[in-house]
Design a protein around this ligand. Structure first.
Ligand SMILES: Cc1cc2nc3c(=O)[nH]c(=O)nc-3n(C[C@H](O)[C@H](O)[C@H](O)COP(=O)(O)OP(=O)(O)OC[C@H]3O[C@@H](n4cnc5c(N)ncnc54)[C@H](O)[C@@H]3O)c2cc1C
Length: 680
């Protein structure tokens, strides 16, 4: 893989030095995003990296060779640059422009070849510009034009791609579209990408590696979790902000504390929310990343003349909209809010209760496939609720597409006593209306709640468990979940992705029992393996029907520490089988492209099955500050899925990956909750 790095780089315009003594290396095959305030030197750096600006001192090396020593065409075959305001000749069509991306690949005598055609076609397809291919560039909108420029850069098929503010002048939908295209390119081809971006929120979402530049120097670099801190935002952008977790991608989200905003009452903020630095308050590895264009804002359907919409958000002009902008939520939001009514409750054991919910709106819910470990959000109402803060994403509602992407940030700004709490649960079962097992005429879902009832009731803590303890038939609650008209089986809220695996390992504590139960019911007879389930009490064991050959082992915790039995059982099982699982990992590692591997610790090197490297040295995940969430689509014949208390899962991760050398591309690790830490 190609390495682009700088050593002691100084860049200047005339006598004004912009970049000073900068040494950096772009992580190979990753997306690096460079952020910084206006004039910080980030675009200058990109120009230096691409040879547009010769260094005053120092070097830029491409695989160890000074880029200024490479011949132009050779460099262009390996390194592509999309400048901030590219200039096109007049009268050029989209196809002609994109075809120019192939020039570096053509020799003096070697003219257009079929592979050039296919490179252009795939670049047009990747950027959704095929339909524009015969149009003149000047006829296009800013967003369309930008996509065409990116298509040209893609057609160049370089190992390294540098993009300077590719989303400037684009509306939010096109910004996301452009960045999705670039990230897909990176994931599919392993292209090393560096992007200069001014939008911190998008930078955190799309970066594997983030570089914050201040006054021509690197102020901070690392994963978005490491870089996006209160201090960095203050120092680099001169902005006071809070850092929350983006509910769509679980990446950090900057909430500017504007001059006119009401400062939250410290007494009202739960302990983790008072944190600074990299600590984050939310655990919302939420709704499918594909939803990001679909999220709504959290306004009520509200007459602006009635005054402020809710208690914590000040009166804001941006909330005022006209009916002209509104579109049906059902057509535009991949996430909908569903009204649920409890139609039954059944104690499954001393620690688990099954609530059956019915709702007419549930006909719009789901992914058009088995729910497996499908996660949803329940909104536990606050004691001072004033309004339905999800009114715009009810299935029959209208929303404003311009601002609905910001819904979570707005929801967070509402007084917690009013908005309530968001908690993550699994859909244990889903039944259409008229299913023979239904208790009502309506579609139904089951959700199993762990009753972790601490002796002392702390406001804002344990709210979901207490709600489940007290809920009676006839009670109602709101749920956020996928809109089945817009999402399919590849929905990101399902993590169980065994790929081609024939042997599975399912490991979980009581919070993961609903997910494992649902998965087991769906598995076909061709799948075998083991499920290890630790529950508080022997009486919490359930009978889980499965067609599969998966052997289910229940472990009753009793007075032992959480996870002790699970840990021992996994170790014992792996001591008998690790070699077999590792061998399948080796097959995979040598077989071809990796699975999608996402999450907090995604920055690590490739699979542990690399024999030369031996077991992988894992990077640490601070489970008290962030989410342990590494999920993957299985490749090869073995796939493992582990979920539960984050500390327990972290220990198992170390055992499986570092000690036993299992390929991380075959294992999904999910911290479902963390001891001593409410979900948000
Ligand atoms: C994808 C996903 C799916 C999940 N599915 C389910 C599910 O189907 N059923 C289910 O019951 N849970 C499930 N969970 C876990 C659930 O979200 C958490 O347990 C959540 O914290 C419960 O909210 P709460 O308001 O009761 O407690 P919080 O207010 O979040 O936490 C209060 C305190 O209780 C502790 N705590 C939280 N959960 C537990 C627990 N289970 N045992 C002991 N102490 C605990 C916390 O550490 C904290 O100190 C899932 C989590 C995720 C991420």
């Amino acid at each position: 893989m190609t390495v682009l790095e700088t050593r002691g780089l100084h860049l200047a315009y005339d006598r004004r030095e912009i970049v000073r003594d900068l040494s950096l290396r772009l992580p190979e095959g990753r997306v690096t995003i460079i952020v910084g305030a206006n004039g910080s030197g980030k675009s200058t750096l990109l120009r230096g990296l691409s040879r547009l600006l010769p260094p005053r001192a120092g070097t830029v090396l491409l695989d160890g060779t000074d880029i200024h020593r490479l011949r132009g065409k050779e460099l262009a075959r390996r390194l592509g640059l999309l400048p901030q305001t590219p200039i096109a000749p007049d009268g050029v069509t989209v196809r002609e422009l994109v075809s120019r991306g192939r020039f570096p690949h053509q020799g003096l005598f070697q003219q257009w070849r079929p592979e050039d055609d296919s490179a252009v076609a795939s670049a047009l397809a990747a950027t959704g510009t095929e339909d524009l291919s015969h149009r003149l560039l000047e006829e296009l909108s800013g967003g369309q034009r930008q996509r065409v420029w990116i298509a040209m850069a893609l057609a160049q098929q370089t190992e390294v791609l540098l993009l300077d503010e590719p989303t400037t002048y684009l509306d939010v939908t096109h910004q996301l579209e452009v960045l999705d295209v670039v990230r897909d390119l990176n994931r599919q081809r392993g292209t090393t990408v560096a992007i200069v971006l001014h939008d911190l929120h998008l930078a955190a979402r799309y970066a594997d590696h983030l570089i914050a530049v201040r006054d021509g120097e690197i102020f901070a670099q690392g994963t978005p979790d490491e870089v996006i801190t209160v201090e960095t935002v203050r120092e680099v952008f001169s902005l006071e902000a809070r850092i929350e977790t983006d509910p769509v991608t679980a990446t950090p989200m900057v909430l500017p504390v504007g001059r006119d905003r009401r400062t939250p009452d410290p007494e009202r903020i739960s302990a983790p929310e008072r944190t600074t630095g990299t600590e984050r308050t939310e655990h919302t590895p939420d709704i499918d990343p594909a939803d990001e264009r679909e999220h709504h804002d959290q306004r009520d359907e509200h007459d602006p003349q009635e005054g402020p919409m809710n208690t914590a958000v000040t009166t804001q002009d941006q909330f005022v909209t006209t009916q002209d902008h509104l579109v049906p939520a059902l057509d535009h939001s991949a996430m909908l809010a569903f009204d649920l009514r409890v139609v039954a409750r059944r104690e499954l054991g001393p620690s688990l209760v099954r609530m059956t919910f019915a709702g007419a709106d549930l006909e719009h819910f789901g992914t058009n496939s088995h729910p497996l470990d499908l996660r949803i959000k329940l909104i536990i109402p606050g004691p001072a609720a004033t309004a339905d803060h999800f009114a715009t994403v009810r299935p029959d509602a209208m929303l404003d597409p311009e601002i609905h992407a910001d819904w979570y940030r707005r929801w967070l700004q509402i007084d917690v006593e009013d908005r309530g709490w968001m908690r993550t649960y699994t859909v244990r079962d889903q039944r259409a209306a008229c299913h023979p097992g239904n208790l009502s005429d309506l579609p139904e879902i089951d959700i199993d709640f762990v009753l972790h009832l601490e002796p002392e009731e702390i406001p804002g803590s344990g709210v979901a468990a207490r709600w489940a303890r007290d809920a009676k038939v006839g009670d109602t609650i709101s749920m956020l979940g996928p809109n089945r008209h817009l999402v399919g089986p590849d929905y990101g809220g399902i993590e169980f992705r065994p790929g081609t695996a024939r042997t599975v390992l399912l490991v979980g504590d009581e919070t993961a029992v609903p997910a494992i139960g649902s998965i087991l019911e769906a598995l076909p007879a061709s799948i075998s393996g083991h499920a290890l389930l630790e529950v508080p009490d022997g009486a919490d064991q359930q009978r889980i029907p499965t067609h599969s050959g998966v052997q289910v082992t229940w472990l009753a915790r009793g007075d032992r520490p959480h996870g002790e039995l699970l840990d021992a059982a996994v170790r014992e099982l792996m001591s008998e089988n690790a070699q077999a699982f590792r061998d399948t990992g080796d097959e995979v590692a040598h077989a071809g492209p990796a699975g999608s591997h996402t999450g907090a610790a995604d920055g690590a090197a490739g699979g542990a099955a690399d024999e030369a490297a031996g077991p992988e040295e894992l990077e640490d995940v601070d489970i008290d500050a962030t989410i342990l969430w590494e999920t993957t689509t299985g490749h090869g014949s073995f796939y493992a899925w582990l979920a539960g208390e984050a500390g327990v899962i972290k220990t198992l991760r170390r055992h499986l990956v570092s000690e036993l050398g299992l390929d991380r591309k075959q294992v999904s690790f999910m911290g479902y909750w963390r001891h001593g830490r409410p979900e948000n």
